[in-house]
Design a protein around this ligand. Structure first.
Ligand code: NAD
Ligand code: UD1
Length: 341
């Protein structure tokens, strides 16, 4: 049978690159478009080394109609996985226009271009951030959309709305909104992983940089939350599990379901202190930390109900938090400066 072509926007980035590997493993043909705004061209040869396959890459901007047109006209695309977007919460507060322009324009451009080439299936990278401040956990897909506390979160809420409105009038179009919880970990090869610019905002990359001695210690933002050890609780999912969730979702889209929404998490909450201890146990590396004030905008506890994804697409996270810590550490040890080495 002919392999299906999957256009992966943002496929050179953290989650996209791991998904490209899974696509090859499952017999799909991934085709990447990425403008390298937040990724390195060094990812491509590493993907080819891991998969043992040549991977098609278009350097292009998904907001640019000609760039999207080129890749869609040169390949018969069966589905799009749309990872491309800007994702730094703090930066989005400083540069709201860039965030709205890039994240909304990329989605609108795809929705205008895809029909011209008969492409009817798309997976969109949404986020647990759309639930806002949870009134309960675990979070269920039918829970109401919350209030965004920053432009990044607002772009995800608006993009979800755009897809919903589009599907309303195009019943033959299939969209999966995947709400990711907290992706961590890296491919077991240590060849690809998360490579943030500058000081990491997110917990795991900060911890890995402490582990390799690039930072003195971790600051834990608040230990006075109403949780068992006082630190915030999140649902940390291994990026390879998350990648697999996309491939399982593709199968669902090809059954013509219209619009579907799935949480992609483990269903298990882990506190900041638990994560630090898991890291120490998995790697044998001590992570010095201090307790710092709460970070503005943080929610106390947030984890996914995973029943729907398990029932409808057979998704179940396989890796533990310790597995993720081991793999994040391996990546950082092999690449202390990310892709700059
Ligand atoms: P990433 O920054 O590593 O990857 C995004 C990729 O998109 C980068 O390679 C970047 O160069 C590219 N890109 C950005 N704008 C583009 C454009 N206009 N045209 C072409 N390429 C463009 O981020 P990631 O962590 O892999 O996240 C992927 C998606 O998942 C994003 O949409 C993000 O908002 C979403 N998401 C991420 C997380 C997380 O914690 N990492 C959580 C929830 C949702
Ligand atoms: C953050 C964003 C969220 C975004 C997600 C993925 C905020 C408020 N939320 O989620 O919108 O979708 O990243 O990009 O920015 N922590 C520390 N010390 C650190 C870093 C983090 O204690 O140096 C704590 C945080 O307070 C939080 C937990 O670790 O309790 C996880 O933080 P992080 O990795 O930034 O993810 P989220 O806050 O869940």
């Amino acid at each position: 049978m002919e392999r299906k072509n999957i256009l992966v926007t943002g496929g050179m980035g953290y989650i996209g690159s791991h998904t490209v590997i899974k696509l090859v493993e499952y017999g799909y043909n991934p085709i990447i478009i990425d403008n390298l705004a937040n990724s390195s061209e060094k990812v491509l040869p590493r993907l080819e080394k891991i998969t043992g396959t040549k991977i098609a890459f278009y350097k292009g901007d998904v907001c640019n109609r000609e760039d999207v047109d080129k890749v869609l006209s040169e390949n018969k695309i069966d589905a799009v996985i749309h990872f491309a977007g800007l994702k730094a919460v703090g930066e989005s507060v400083q540069k709201p226009v860039e965030y709205y322009r890039n994240n909304l324009d990329s989605t609108l451009t795809l929705l205008e271009e895809m029909p011209k080439y008969g492409v009817k299936n798309i997976i969109f990278s949404s986020s647990a951030t759309v639930y806002g401040t949870p009134t309960h956990v675990p979070l269920v897909e039918s829970d109401p959309i919350g209030q965004a506390t920053n432009p990044y979160g607002q772009t995800k809420i608006i993009q979800e709305g755009i897809f919903q409105d589009y599907c309303h009038v195009h019943p033959d179009f299939n969209v999966a909104l995947l709400r990711y919880f907290n992706p961590i970990g890296a491919h077991a090869s240590g060849l690809i992983g998360e490579a943030p610019n500058g000081i990491p905002n997110n917990l795991m990359p900060y911890v890995t940089q402490v582990a390799v001695g690039k930072r003195d210690h971790l600051s834990i933002f608040g230990d006075d939350y109403n949780t068992p050890d006082g630190t915030c609780i999140r649902d940390y999912i291994h990026v390879v599990d998350l990648a697999e969730g996309h491939v399982l979702t593709l199968k669902k889209l090809f059954e013509n379901p219209g619009l579907v929404i799935y949480n992609l998490g483990t269903g298990k909450g882990t506190s900041v202190l638990e994560l630090v201890h898991a890291y120490e146990k998995a790697t044998g590396v001590k992570i010095p930390y201090v307790i710092a004030p709460r970070r503005a905008g943080d929610v106390e506890a947030n984890y996914a109900a995973t029943d729907k994804a398990e029932r409808e697409i057979g998704f179940k996270a396989k890796y533990t938090v310790e597995d993720s810590c081991r793999d994040s550490n391996h990546w950082q040890q092999m690449n202390p400066n990310g892709y700059e080495d």
